[in-house]
Design a protein around this ligand. Structure first.
Ligand SMILES: Nc1ncnc2c1ncn2[C@@H]1O[C@H](COP(=O)(O)OP(=O)(O)O)[C@@H](O)[C@H]1O
Ligand SMILES: O=P(O)(O)OC[C@H]1O[C@](O)(COP(=O)(O)O)[C@@H](O)[C@@H]1O
Length: 300
């Protein structure tokens, strides 16, 4: 079974505003609301691709209720822990002349509530896949993903981590199966700006030296680079098209990669499915449908 963990789910409020002006009343020309948060997006797109998953995470308040109901409609099994106080965040994504995002910090998670998550994770078995994705509310220590991986290290569970900075760097010693920073996040981790593919590969390999097995670096409209545990480097462009909403493109790429990999363990196939799925989400208002993914896959 595939399990996704979203410590910090969100309602994504995606609005279009002509010529956003700070300090003035702006009016939207379009608004959409989606269940979001990185693990939830991965489960959503896996469901669109016909693959079952269970969504773990923390929810709170009426926005949390909406996430729980939404998950069932999206086609994956919600198994969220309800926090006793606070509110699942609403992340605002503004599409204007530029794209801007305001992501909330999320509700507090108390020690006993975190313990409930550890107990759920203790039920995972050899052969399961676990996706740890997204930020954590800022009341939690930056080593929480590390603690989860340490706890599971004796089981044959393939773990994917999609997070940034220390949350990601701290887990590398436990050899995650896959990590997926984007090129900017990769540069930030080392305090450098990466200007070309050679530099991206050089720094991607540093994450491998620190313990990651496969490193997938997404580069938005420039495609992605995969550095595999076998030492191969695959560089892939992505299809061209009209970008409608790139929120969740990275999460979609993770779902596509896993779907491709699960066919027969082939990394080139995984990358191809990852690219097609990421781009299918970027070219859609909502996340990728199977039909759109396969249309782009055929073009690659
Ligand atoms: N402008 C775009 N045009 C085509 N594909 C895109 C675009 N933006 C994202 N994608 C697809 O989604 C993948 C992940 O996008 P990216 O923006 O790098 O991830 P993240 O959302 O994690 O920052 C890319 O590798 C690509 O396949
Ligand atoms: O947990 P974080 O890092 O704040 O990210 C949460 C946001 O990321 C998303 O999952 C989108 O992620 P990507 O665009 O990187 O795929 C949104 O749905 C959500 O609002």
């Amino acid at each position: 079974m595939i399990y996704t963990v979203t410590f910090n789910p969100a309602i994504d409020y995606v609005i279009k505003v002509d010529d956003l002006t700070l300090g003035k009343v702006n009016r939207t020309t379009r608004e959409d609301m989606y269940c979001g948060g990185k693990g939830i997006n991965v489960s959503n797109v896996l469901a669109n691709l016909g693959i079952d998953s269970v969504g773990f995470g923390f929810i709170a308040g009426f926005t949390g209720d909406a996430i729980e109901t939404g998950a069932k409609q999206l086609g994956f099994k919600p198994d969220f822990i309800r926090l006793r106080e606070g509110m699942t965040r609403i992340n605002v994504k503004i599409k204007s002349n530029e794209e801007s995002e305001i992501n909330g910090q999320g509700p507090d998670i108390h020690e006993d509530e975190l313990e409930m998550m550890y107990q759920k994770l203790d039920t995972l078995k050899d052969g399961d896949i676990l996706v740890l994705a997204g930020s954590i509310p800022n009341t939690l220590p930056e080593d929480v993903y590390e603690k989860i991986m340490e706890r599971l290290q004796d089981r044959k569970i393939q773990i994917v981590v999609d997070a940034t900075k220390d949350l990601l760097l701290n887990v590398l010693k436990f050899h995650p199966f896959l990590i997926k920073p984007n090129n900017h996040e990769l540069g930030e981790m080392f305090g450098v700006e990466l200007k070309n593919n050679e530099e991206i590969i050089e720094y991607g390999k540093k994450l491998q030296e620190k313990g990651a097995r496969n490193v997938l670096i997404s580069m938005a409209g420039d495609g992605a680079i995969l550095i595999t545990e076998k030492g191969d480097v695959h560089i892939s462009p992505c299809p061209k098209g009209e970008v409608k909403n790139s929120v969740g493109a990275g999460d979609s790429m993770v779902a596509g990669f896993l779907t491709g990999y699960l066919k027969n363990g082939d990394y080139e196939e995984a990358l191809k499915m990852g690219i097609a799925t990421g781009s299918a989400s970027a070219f859609s208002e909502d996340l990728a449908t199977k039909e759109k993914i396969m249309e782009l896959y055929e073009q690659l």
